[in-house]
Write a protein that binds this ligand. Structure first.
Ligand code: AMP
Ligand code: MG
Length: 984
C-alpha cells in the first residue's frame, strides 16, 4: 500500500529541516540509514531540536511513540535504563509469525467479512476537487494544520461519554458526515488504521504493523447525530474484530475497477492519536510535532492529535487535486459541524449545518449582490413607444429587403392592437403568433402586449398536431398569421400582413407589472409540451439588465436568428427596440444557410449576434474568419453548454464573447458571463440584475462551496408558473428559504467555486439539449408508447462528435421490420418537431431491466454504442473518383469525425443530423462549392452530390466567390427520413 518508489526516504526532506538549514545552522548528524535520518540542532543553550525522519515502512505511529518514550527514559535515567526497557520483539519474527498464520488460513474469515462488505458495491468517494484528477496519480502533497480548542474537545468528550462512545468514534462518525456532505454521497469509505502492536500482549514491536480497515458507512437520512455515532461504534467494533487480514490481498480479491489516477478502495484516511502522551525528558519540556508532508499516499488524510491543549488537526492532501484554502475551508466546516453536534446531538444527520455564519453570508448574500433599481417597472411596449416618439425616423426593423422605421413600427403595432381589442381580446387573454419570419412577426408581439394580451409564439414549421395541442392547452381563440397560413385549427386565423383596418378602441394606459407578456411552450416530460407564463416585470428586468451588460445601445445592429418558439428569440427581437437600436430579422432562408447568414452580417454591419453553440459552429464553417469581414461583433452564445474549443474559436474572432445561461422559467437568461481565454470548462455567473443563484441539496438546503447540487434561481426573472399546471408549478417553484419570493429548481447540476463562479455539470433528469432546443426524453417516449403494440419506449441521448443524437429503444412484441420502424417514425413525425426525432429506432422483444424492475439504461446505453456511427455493414468504401469528390469527402470527414466512409454512403447512414448537414453545406459554400443543405438532404451521397453539382461547377466563375443564392423556394426537409434504419 505504501509505495516506496513514490515516497523514497531520501526525498522526505522536511520543511523544518529546510528551515533550520536556511538559518545556517549545522546539524549534528545522529546517524543516517537508507530509511531513517536523524539530526540534532542546537538552537540556543536552552533549545534543541531532535529531528527524526523515517520511512513509514520501518516506523509506524505506535512505534514512533515507543521510540520516543524509550529515548526519554534513557535521557532521564541514564544508560542504565536500557536494561529495564520492555523486551523487543524483532520485526522479522513478527513477520514470520504473521505469515505462518496467514498460510494456516487464520485470516480467511476476516477477509471473507470484508469481501462480503464490498461485493457488489465499491463506493468511490467523489470529493469536489479543485482541479480535474490527472490520469496518472501524483503523490505531491502538503499538510494543512489547525487546532480545535480545549473547550470544543471537552464538549466532544462529554458528548461521547453521554452516548457511550469513545472520542475516536465521535470524531470518525462526524468526519464521515462531513465527507457525505461534501461529496453528496450516501456511502462513504474512510480508511482507518489499527496497530497490530495492540494485540501483542505488552511486547514491544518497532516497525510497520499497521492494518488498514476500509470503513464503509451508509449515511441514513433518518438518523440523528447520536444514532450515527452508535452505528459507527458498532461498525468499528465489528471492524476491529476482523482487523487481522492483509489489505493488499483483500484488494486483489475484490472486483474493483482499478484506475491509474486513484488509489483503490481507500482514498481518504482518518486517524486519532496521542503523540508523545507518555514521553518524559527529565528537566526538559518536550514538544512533539509532526512535520508537514510533501508526499502523500491518499487524497486526504485527516490526522487528529489529542493533547491537553485540545485537538490538533494535521490534514495531508494531494496538491494536484486540492488547494490549501479548500482544505482550510473544509476543516472550518468540520469544526462547525462538531460544535453543532455538541450543541444538538438530536439533530438529523442530513440537516445539521456545516456552514459557519460567515460562510452562509457569503453564499446567500455576497455572491448574490445583484440588486439594481431600474426605477418604475415599465412594460416593454411602453418603452418601445417612447423610443418611437423620440426617434421616429430611425430604422427599427429590417427583414428580407423590407424595413420599418420606429414610427412605422409604432403605427403598425397600435393599429393591430386596436384591431385585436375590437376582435374581443380581453385583458390578459392569450393570442398565438404563428407566422414566417417577417416585420409583422415582431409587430405582432408588440401589438398583442400593447393591447394588454399575452402572446404565444409558435413555429409554423412544427407539425400540425403539436401546434394544435398547444393551441388547445393554452385555450387560444385567435391566431395571428400571414397570407398563407400553413395551419389548420379551430382558432380563428387573422392575417396580419397587408393593410390593416383602423380601429378606435382605446389601448390600456399602463400594463401592470404582473400582467402576462407571453406564454411559451417547452417540452414536457409527461408527453405534452408545457406553457411557461412570463410576466412583464420579469421580461423588463431581463431587458434592462442585458442592455447594461453585455450591453446594447442605439448604435447597435442586432441580427436575430432564433425561431420565435425558443424563448431567447424575445431577447433578440425586443431588446434592440427598447434601446433604439436597429433590428435585422434574418429570414427563414438566411437562418438555415450559413453562407447567407454570413453575408447578412457583412451587409448589415451587424454588431451583435446571439446564437446557440451549434449555430455559431455553422457560421464558423461558413468561413467567418475574422473581425475584418464582419464589424467587431458582440457574441452571445447560450442555450446549451459552450464548449471550450468553440469559445476559443469565437475569442479568436471577437474580443467580446458572452456565455449566456438561463432556463425559460426564469425568463430567457439568468446570467451573462464574459468569456476569457483559458483552459477547462467555462463557468457561469454572477447572476443578472436582481437575480440570485443558490446551489442546494435535494431538500433545498444550502450546500458548501464546491459541493455538487441543483442550481436554484431566485429573483425578478421567475415565471408566474406553468400555464394551468398548479402541481407542476408547486414542484418546480418553491418558497425561497433565504429571502422573499420563490426559487426555480433548474434541474441543472452545479457547484459554486470560491471565486463565486458556478460550474454546470449536466442534468439531474432526462432533459437534453439538441441544437439549443430543450427536449424532455419522456415526451418522445410517451409518443412512441402511444403506438398500439408498443409496451414501453426509452430514448437515450448520445454524443456523436460535436453533436448529440437520440436513439429510441422500443419494447414491443412486433417483428423488428423496416415497415414497423417506418410506422413509428411516421407517428413521431406527426407530433414532434424535427429536432426531437431520434436518429435510430430499435425495436426489442424486451428491455433490459434492473433487479428492481426499472429499465437498465446503462445496458441500453451499451447497446446503443456505435449506433448511427458506423457505415452500414459490408458496404464497400468507394474512394473519391475525382477532385470535387475528394474535396467533398474531406469536408464530410471534418464534420462527421471518427467515421469511415466513401462516396456512396448515404449521409443518413452515417448518423448525421440536420446540424451536421447544415455545417457541411456551410463549409462547402465557404470553399466555393455551390451546394445547399437541401441538396445534401436530397442527393444523400457524395457521388450523387458531386454528379449533380458538376454542370454548375463548370459554370462557376472563380474559386472563392460567395455562395450563389438559389432562386425559388428553398425547403429544408423537416426530418432526415432516410436516417431511420433498422439496427440489428
Ligand atoms: P431553455 O429553457 O430552453 O432555455 O433551457 C434551459 C437549459 O439549457 C438550462 O437549464 C441548461 O441546462 C441549458 N443551458 C442554457 N444555457 C446554457 C449555458 N450557457 N451553459 C450551459 N447550459 C445551458
Ligand atoms: Mg433559456
Amino acid at each position: 500500500f505504501h509505495d516506496l518508489r513514490a515516497t523514497p526516504a531520501a526525498e522526505q526532506q522536511t520543511t523544518l529541516a529546510a528551515r533550520i538549514a536556511a538559518e545556517g545552522r549545522t546539524p549534528f548528524d545522529l546517524g543516517n540509514g537508507p530509511l531513517v535520518r536523524t539530526a540534532c540542532f542546537v538552537l540556543s543553550d536552552r533549545e534543541t531540536v531532535l529531528l527524526l525522519t523515517a520511512h513509514h515502512i520501518v516506523l509506524d505511529g505506535w512505534s514512533a511513540n515507543q521510540l520516543l518514550e524509550e529515548v526519554g527514559e534513557i535521557y532521564s535515567k541514564g544508560a542504565g535504563a536500557l536494561t529495564a526497557l520492555a523486551p523487543l520483539l524483532p520485526f522479522s519474527s513478527f513477520a514470520v509469525r504473521e505469515n505462518r498464520r496467514r498460510e494456516a488460513g487464520e485470516f480467511a474469515d476476516n477477509e471473507r467479512f470484508w469481501i462480503d462488505k464490498f461485493t457488489g458495491r465499491s463506493p468511490r468517494l467523489e470529493l469536489p476537487t479543485d482541479r480535474p484528477r490527472p490520469a496518472a496519480k501524483s503523490y505531491s502533497g502538503a499538510t494543512f494544520e489547525t487546532d480545535l480548542g480545549p473547550e470544543l474537545m471537552a464538549g466532544l468528550k462529554q458528548l461521547s461519554a453521554r452516548h457511550g462512545c469513545s472520542l475516536y468514534v465521535t470524531l470518525l462518525s462526524s468526519f464521515q458526515l462531513l465527507l457525505h456532505r461534501l461529496a453528496q454521497q450516501e456511502n462513504v469509505v474512510v480508511g482507518i488504521s489499527t496497530a497490530a502492536q495492540s494485540l501483542l500482549d505488552g511486547a514491544s514491536l518497532v516497525g510497520h504493523a499497521v492494518s488498514f480497515l476500509p470503513m464503509l458507512s451508509e449515511i441514513t437520512a433518518a438518523d440523528t447525530v447520536a444514532d450515527h455515532m452508535k452505528r459507527t461504534r458498532a461498525a468499528l467494533l465489528d471492524a476491529q474484530d476482523h482487523q487481522e487480514f492483509t489489505f493488499g490481498s483483500l484488494l486483489r480479491k475484490l472486483p474493483l475497477t482499478r484506475e491509474s489516477g486513484r488509489t483503490p478502495l481507500i482514498e481518504v484516511q482518518f486517524n486519532l492519536e496521542k503523540v508523545g502522551a507518555n514521553v518524559r525528558f527529565d528537566g526538559l519540556r518536550a514538544d512533539i510535532r509532526t512535520n508537514p508532508k510533501q508526499f502523500v499516499n491518499t487524497d486526504l488524510f485527516l490526522n487528529v492529535i489529542e493533547s491537553a491543549a485540545g485537538l490538533h488537526l494535521a490534514c495531508d492532501y494531494n496538491t494536484q487535486l486540492f488547494d490549501g484554502t479548500t482544505i482550510s475551508r473544509w476543516l472550518d466546516h468540520w469544526a462547525e459541524l462538531l460544535r453543532n453536534e455538541v450543541a444538538d446531538p438530536a439533530a438529523g444527520v442530513t440537516a445539521i449545518s456545516v456552514l459557519t455564519a460567515p460562510q452562509r453570508t457569503q453564499l446567500i448574500t455576497d455572491l448574490n449582490r445583484t440588486a439594481i433599481d431600474f426605477g418604475v417597472s415599465e412594460a416593454f411596449p411602453a418603452i418601445v413607444l417612447r423610443q418611437a416618439a423620440a426617434t421616429p425616423s430611425r430604422v427599427a426593423i429590417e427583414c428580407g429587403g423590407r424595413q420599418w422605421t420606429y414610427a412605422e413600427l409604432a403605427e403598425y403595432a397600435t393599429t393591430l392592437a386596436r384591431r385585436l381589442l375590437a376582435e374581443g381580446l380581453l385583458p390578459g387573454g392569450l393570442i398565438a403568433i404563428c407566422i414566417e419570419r417577417s416585420l409583422e412577426m415582431v409587430g405582432a408581439m408588440l401589438a398583442v402586449t400593447l393591447a394588454g394580451g399575452a402572446y404565444v409564439p409558435l413555429d409554423p414549421r412544427h407539425p400540425r398536431e403539436r401546434l394544435a395541442g398547444i393551441i388547445a392547452d393554452a385555450g387560444i381563440a385567435l391566431l395571428l398569421t400571414g397570407r398563407d397560413p400553413s395551419i389548420t385549427t379551430e382558432a380563428r386565423l387573422l392575417n396580419i400582413t397587408g393593410p390593416q383596418p383602423r380601429g378606435t378602441a382605446a389601448l390600456p394606459e399602463r400594463l401592470a407589472p404582473d400582467a402576462l407578456a407571453y406564454v411559451i411552450y417547452t417540452s414536457g416530460s409527461t408527453g405534452t409540451p408545457k406553457g411557461v407564463a412570463i410576466e412583464h416585470a420579469a421580461l423588463s428586468n431581463l431587458l434592462r439588465s442585458m442592455a447594461r451588460e453585455p450591453g446594447l445601445t442605439a448604435d447597435d445592429t442586432l441580427v436575430a436568428v432564433t425561431t420565435l418558439s425558443f424563448d431567447i428569440a424575445a431577447l433578440e427581437l425586443l431588446l434592440p427596440l427598447t434601446v433604439g437600436a436597429r433590428l435585422v430579422v434574418a429570414t427563414d432562408e438566411q437562418v438555415t444557410n450559413g453562407g447567407l447568414l454570413l453575408r447578412l452580417l457583412e451587409d448589415t454591419r451587424a454588431t451583435v449576434l446571439q446564437a446557440t453553440p451549434g449555430a455559431w459552429r455553422i457560421l464558423l464553417d461558413a468561413g467567418w474568419a475574422s473581425t475584418a469581414s464582419v464589424a467587431p461583433l458582440k457574441v452571445l452564445c447560450g442555450g446549451e453548454a459552450l464548449p471550450r474549443d468553440l469559445a476559443d474559436q469565437l475569442l479568436a474572432r471577437s474580443p467580446d464573447v458572452w456565455n449566456v445561461y438561463g432556463p425559460t422559467e426564469t425568463t430567457i437568461w439568468s446570467s451573462a458571463t464574459r468569456v476569457a481565454a483559458g483552459t477547462g470548462p467555462l463557468r457561469i455567473g454572477p447572476p443578472i440584475a436582481n437575480t440570485q443563484f443558490y446551489v442546494l441539496d435535494a431538500a433545498q438546503r444550502l450546500l458548501p462551496l464546491g459541493a455538487v447540487g441543483e442550481l436554484c434561481i431566485g429573483g425578478a426573472g421567475l415565471a408566474r408558473g406553468y400555464w394551468q399546471r398548479t402541481e407542476l408549478t408547486a414542484e418546480k417553484f418553491v418558497p425561497n428559504p433565504f429571502g422573499s419570493g420563490r426559487l426555480y429548481r433548474t434541474g441543472d447540476l452545479a457547484r459554486t467555486h470560491a471565486d463565486g463562479t458556478v460550474e454546470l455539470l449536466g442534468r439531474s433528469d432526462f432533459q437534453v439539449k439538441i441544437r439549443g432546443y430543450r427536449i424532455e426524453l419522456g415526451e418522445i417516449e410517451a409518443v412512441l408508447a402511444g403506438h398500439a403494440v408498443v409496451r414501453e419506449a426509452i430514448v437515450l441521448d448520445r454524443r456523436s462528435g460535436a453533436n448529440t443524437v437520440l436513439v429510441a429503444f422500443v419494447d414491443t412484441p412486433s417483428e423488428a421490420t423496416a415497415e414497423f420502424v417506418a410506422e413509428l417514425h411516421a407517428l413521431l413525425t406527426r407530433s414532434l418537431p424535427a429536432y426531437m426525432l431520434p436518429q435510430t429506432i430499435l425495436p426489442l422483444r424486451s428491455l433490459p431491466r434492473l433487479p428492481n424492475g426499472k429499465v437498465d439504461r446503462n445496458a441500453l446505453r451499451k447497446l446503443g454504442d456505435g449506433m448511427g456511427e458506423a457505415p452500414a455493414p459490408k458496404q464497400p468504401i468507394t474512394p473519391p473518383a475525382n477532385e470535387p469528390e475528394r474535396q467533398m469527402l474531406g469536408i464530410w470527414q471534418d464534420i462527421l469525425q471518427g467515421k469511415e466512409f466513401g462516396t456512396t454512403q448515404s449521409i443518413f447512414e452515417l448518423g448525421a443530423d440536420s446540424l451536421a448537414i447544415f455545417r457541411i453545406a456551410a463549409r462547402a459554400q465557404r470553399d466555393g462549392i455551390a451546394i445547399k443543405a437541401t441538396d445534401i438532404f436530397e442527393r444523400r451521397t457524395i457521388a450523387a452530390l458531386c454528379a449533380a453539382a458538376a454542370p454548375q461547377e463548370a459554370a462557376k466563375s472563380q474559386k472563392g466567390t460567395a455562395p450563389v443564392p438559389t432562386k425559388g423556394p428553398q425547403r429544408i426537409a423537416a426530418a432526415p427520413r432516410a436516417g431511420y434504419r433498422l439496427v440489428q
